[in-house]
Design a protein around this ligand. Structure first.
Ligand SMILES: [Zn+2]
Length: 116
């Protein structure tokens, strides 16, 4: 076998691997999509709706390990907001109106010492 043939064979092989990987990735992505379509109920506790995780708090995605793809999950971005909402609720500042109303602009200065 000469070098050209060997190179051609290797290229063909890597094409096959790429097609295989692409198929595996598509299948894994499909599985992830199905899991991501599930609906959670975190919104019932904090009233916040997230379109990304559908209120589950985490998102599934395909991750490659050598020649395989596995389903992995990570925490959704909304979880930081949910934690904050929980803290606000605990502290009694959970109403959005309270946070909108209590601003420095609306703070009325009645005494000189309050200006300082
Ligand atoms: Zn989310």
């Amino acid at each position: 076998m000469n070098l050209t043939k060997i190179t051609a064979k290797i290229e063909k092989q890597s094409d096959k691997t790429e097609i295989f990987n692409d198929k595996v990735l598509k299948k894994c992505q499909k599985d992830c999509d199905a899991l991501n379509a599930d609906i959670g109920d975190y919104n019932k506790a904090d009233g916040y709706n997230c379109d990304i995780c559908k209120n589950k708090g985490f998102v599934f995605f395909p991750k490659s390990y050598s020649d395989k793809y596995n389903i992995c999950s990570r925490e959704c971005k909304c979880m930081n907001k949910r934690r904050m909402l929980r803290h606000l609720k605990k502290s009694g500042l959970d109403s959005n109106k309270i946070l909108e109303e209590l601003t420095f602009k609306k703070f009325i200065v009645k005494n000189l010492w309050q200006k300082i």
